[in-house]
Design a protein around this ligand. Structure first.
Ligand SMILES: CC(C)(COP(=O)(O)OP(=O)(O)OC[C@H]1O[C@@H](n2cnc3c(N)ncnc32)[C@H](O)[C@@H]1OP(=O)(O)O)[C@@H](O)C(=O)NCCC(=O)NCCS
Length: 163
């Protein structure tokens, strides 16, 4: 059983530990330091109040085991793009799939969203499985749409679910 709560600045150390993992091959960004993570988390209040991004911490009991967030389409507020990461120690337990379900609930109730999108590199099998298990359908391959951590823009799958 997991719960989502809004991210807090005190989550920085734990997020840094989870994200600073060489096995996160396909994740777009990794903080360079705890200080960089703190700076990023400090921006969450503005992102939230301006309805740009709502970012949550995934908790199992008192333990922080990942993060999930939604980017709210700035022209069509009924569309949200969801992104997530889970501590490797917890992979394969259905955590990301459950977190997507919980975030969709929040987005439907509080933002009246009716379309959710997930983008992932074609090599990111784990993320693609989350999309399929969550009832998303593949809509295509977006060319050079994902900014990778090496600075290149990569083709990615677009998966979506509509209500
Ligand atoms: C992708 C990710 C979020 C999946 O989290 P998870 O909690 O393991 O997801 P779930 O258990 O709900 O389902 C994922 C499925 O893919 C599998 N899987 C998870 N990570 C995998 C990996 N690195 N490679 C291959 N398969 C993987 C799981 O075993 C599970 O399989 P199952 O359905 O047969 O049980 C996690 O691997 C992660 O944080 N990766 C690094 C960050 C990342 O890539 N985020 C997504 C960016 S688009």
């Amino acid at each position: 059983m997991i719960i989502l709560r809004l991210q807090q600045i005190r989550d920085a150390q734990r997020f840094f530990e989870i994200l600073n993992n060489p096995n996160f091959h396909y994740f777009g960004s990794q903080p360079e330091s705890v200080e960089a993570e703190i700076a990023w988390l400090e921006g969450n209040e503005k992102r939230f109040s301006e309805h740009k991004e709502w970012n949550y911490t995934i908790l199992k009991g008192d333990d922080i085991i990942g993060g999930i967030g939604v980017k709210i389409n700035q022209h069509r507020s009924y569309i949200g793009e969801i992104g997530y990461f889970i501590d490797e120690a917890y992979w394969g337990q259905g955590i990301a799939t459950e977190a997507v379900r919980l975030l969709e609930e929040i987005c439907m109730q509080e933002l009246r969203m009716t379309r959710f999108e997930l983008l992932m590199l074609p090599e990111n099998i784990g993320s693609e499985k989350v999309a399929i298990k969550s009832g998303y359908r593949k809509e295509g391959l977006l060319q050079k749409a994902l900014l990778h951590k090496d600075g290149s823009k990569r083709d990615c799958f677009l998966y979506a679910k509509t209500l």
